[in-house]
Design a protein around this ligand. Structure first.
Ligand code: FES
Length: 155
């Protein structure tokens, strides 16, 4: 963590430290503020909340939404649940991997992370995916190609 990140964490700790059950909300607050939960916060949280380091690491690793690496510049989440699978999600996932040159869960130079998810809540308009937090539905391979190109160009 750099100095600025340390200050952010210290401020969040000061806010949450004395509240019961503070670990989970603190971890969310840290991830919201920094974009991820750096490993360096474990000793700080452990000491401030009077928990063992193993307890803190256990909570971070149990909840898959916590990122322990800085996030990629772009994120693509492709729905692979039943309705989207029937509508061609596997082909979209394969196409995304091919166009970005990365596999699921990987980042390429910190630029992209592609994850398979199981329902984005848009089953009636399958196949669905989420690009940089924005939901897209009834996505065709052509549309996916356009979306990825626009994202690369920062459009
Ligand atoms: S099955 Fe894909 S959005 Fe629900």
């Amino acid at each position: 963590m750099n100095e600025q990140q340390q200050q952010v964490v210290a401020a969040l700790l000061a806010t949450w430290q004395h509240q019961p059950g503070a670990l989970l909300p603190l971890l969310h607050a840290i991830q919201d503020a920094l974009g991820w939960v750096p490993e360096d916060v474990v000793p700080q949280l452990s000491q401030a909340l009077n928990l063992s380091r193993a307890e803190v690491v256990g909570v971070i690793s149990f909840y898959h939404d916590f990122r322990t690496q800085p996030p990629a510049a772009h994120s693509l989440r492709v729905c692979m649940a039943e309705s989207c699978q029937v509508a061609g999600a596997e082909a979209l996932s394969a196409l995304a991997g091919q166009q970005l040159g990365i596999r699921e869960g990987e980042t390429a130079d910190g630029q992209w992370q592609v994850r398979l998810v199981y329902c984005l809540g848009a089953c009636a308009c399958s196949p669905a995916l989420q690009l940089d937090g924005q939901l897209h539905v009834q996505v065709t391979p052509e549309r996916l190609t356009q979306l990825l190109a626009s994202s690369r160009e920062g459009v």
